[in-house]
Design a protein around this ligand. Structure first.
Ligand SMILES: Nc1ncnc2c1ncn2[C@@H]1O[C@H](COP(=O)(O)OP(=O)(O)OP(=O)(O)O)[C@@H](O)[C@H]1O
Ligand SMILES: [Mg+2]
Length: 216
């Protein structure tokens, strides 16, 4: 089943062309890795898929099951792109609770379970501004998964994680795939891509090139 379809998408910023007439189909239940050098447009592509920015030309179609009725907002998407907006002077749990209050789908206990799952202590009163980089990354990951979203858009979600946390996160993502979830991710660590991804998409010369992932 097609979840996301990009058709003839072009995007430029102030004359800098990032995507030139690209097409891409994302199928349910697979893990896709998006690779390309710094500044090649990975985060921009994810933002376009989430509807945060519009393409200059072409269309991005999200399957209706994954959109809220009457809107383009893909409510079934759990997203980490760039640095998420946190409130620094409250705890991690309080931050997630505020996020959860938007859709009101998850109870406190589920939020706490999610925090434990990613390796955070939900009961610590520690303020988020005092979190380490890796802890902030885990909090972002918790936010992306806490509502049991069907599609995960994870932009560099492995950054700053320690070795055990990387292994834990990889296991979690593979188990989500088993459940039929769909994952799009970027990582500058080729090992993440090789271990996790069924399909690898490389940005080359403003085009998307599909590579076969043979693993190393
Ligand atoms: N809102 C914006 N306005 C103007 N230029 C932008 C905007 N967003 C991104 N860009 C530019 O688009 C290019 C691609 O940025 P993007 O963040 O997608 O790169 P990336 O592939 O994610 O890089 P990295 O590997 O460093 O994360 C960059 O040159 C960036 O400066
Ligand atoms: Mg980026």
């Amino acid at each position: 089943m097609k979840i996301i379809e990009l058709s003839n998408v072009s995007k430029a910023f102030k004359g800098q062309l990032l995507f030139n007439d690209v097409n891409l189909t994302i199928e349910k239940g697979r893990i896709y890795g998006l690779v390309g050098p710094n500044g090649s447009g990975k985060s921009v592509l994810f933002k376009m898929i989430c509807g945060f920015i519009k393409p200059d030309q072409g269309q991005i179609i999200i399957h209706s099951d994954y959109r809220r009725k009457g809107t383009d907002f893909p409510h079934q998407f759990g997203v980490i792109i760039d640095r998420p907006g946190y409130i620094g002077n409250i705890s991690g749990f309080e931050n997630l609770k505020r996020w959860a209050s938007i859709l009101n789908l998850v109870k406190d206990e589920q939020i706490k379970d999610t925090m434990r799952l990613v390796g955070l202590n939900p009961d610590t009163p520690q303020k988020v501004r005092n979190y380490s980089l890796g802890m902030k990354q885990k909090l972002a990951f918790a936010q992306a998964i806490m509502e049991d979203q069907e599609v995960l858009i994870l932009d560099e979600s492995f950054n700053a994680l320690d070795a055990d946390s990387v292994i834990n996160t990889r296991k979690l993502l593979l188990s989500y795939k088993q459940e039929g979830k769909t994952i799009l991710l970027t990582s500058h660590n080729r090992e993440d891509i090789d271990i996790l991804c069924d399909d690898v998409i490389q940005i080359t010369n403003q085009r998307l090139e599909r590579l076969v992932n043979v693993g190393d």
